[in-house]
Design a binder for this molecule. Sequence first.
Ligand code: NAP
Length: 397
Amino acid sequence: MNGARTPQLLPRIFGRCVHLSSRVKAAPNVSRISVDTVRWKSTAAASTMKGILCRTTGGTEVLEYTNLPIPTLKSGQVLIKNDYVGVNYIDVYARTGAYPSPKPEVLGKEGEGTVLALGPSGPDVTYHDIQIGDRVVWMGSGGYATHSAVPAETTYKIPDAVPPTVAVASLFQGLTALTLVTESSHPKKGDWALVHAAGGGVGLWLCRLLKHFGVKVIGIVSGAAKWAEVEAAGADHVLDRSGEGFDLIADVAKLTGVASGGIDLVYDGVGRATWDMSLAVVRRKGSIVSFGATSGAVPNIPLSVLSAKNITLARPTVFNYVTTREEFEDYASRLFGMMIENKWTPKIHSLYPLDQAPKAHQDLESRKTVGKLLLDTMLAGEAAPGSERAIRAARGE
Ligand SMILES: NC(=O)c1ccc[n+]([C@@H]2O[C@H](COP(=O)([O-])OP(=O)(O)OC[C@H]3O[C@@H](n4cnc5c(N)ncnc54)[C@H](OP(=O)(O)O)[C@@H]3O)[C@@H](O)[C@H]2O)c1
């Protein structure tokens, strides 16, 4: 099995996939659903699936590619035959134990695929408008597998104009960034924002959205390889923290013209390593949104540090913004609506075959990745002849 594949199509993915689906639509007897029908009929009777089991906390060696039972549906859940699943830093925290979760566990908070079955019905149970055969993206748990049982509440039909790979590469990190800039903070046109780890999955979305709202964005990265993507996502200035002579406070002062900081909004998903910098560059009455801890948790801080500049501090999680069906639908439709309108495509770092999940974790932790990492649940050579995936695979995508 080869390692990660870097898709070369990404700037063109909208064009290509739209072309594919329009060909499919033009053929009277071949709909997108009927192509998939073959696959879900053939898998519907199966009782086992392939997945990555995280047996205990630890390094990537605790991730085991194995046969697992297909999950049994509870009320309100739908069974998905996954095509692609997203890898997020939260999966690393779950694996290492930084965010405790029961083990053994199938990691993975999001995916894309076809609805195979709905759970049991009942008087108060609703599946919203989700139907068997729908092509959907979802947020939930148990993603690193060919099948997942996920809440119908956080399952969303992929709009026709958005290719499935684009949809799944955008969902979790796009929704996170959207909630951070609409609920955790209130950016105004002309504000200065600073985004740590700007070349990461959430970081690129933050740059894109903040720019869209008229904010002046400074993106912090480590390594020149991330520079171009961060600029392409909309950052006005990029600073390389691994560069010689990097001095965040002095560099930011030069850009903003304010000696003591001048940043209205700081977005910090790095945590321990950047907290002091965030505190130093934020302006009087500015905001810090601390939303993650890739370098470790921010040590306990006395609340009085905030009053030194009357700083507003938020420590949010997307799961508490996107909780109800209404919230999920509202945010997902806003995200995909903005993507369609502005022709935004996420940067995908690599597609990894499912059994290469340990490699995906190693790469994410190495700080070398730019944008989104996806697992492809169909291992190389398994794509059904004539399927959209087989066509993409034949093109080396
Ligand atoms: N609160 C929420 O609801 C929520 C939801 C989703 C994600 N998040 C958080 O958002 C952050 C970004 O997540 P993501 O999935 O998009 O990951 P990511 O940003 O694509 O990858 C992590 C990046 O963090 C940076 N980093 C800085 N110090 C690091 C260290 N010591 N070890 C590893 N990485 C380090 C690296 O960028 P540089 O090398 O360029 O610094 C690295 O590329 C994470 O903290 C995650 O927990 C929070």
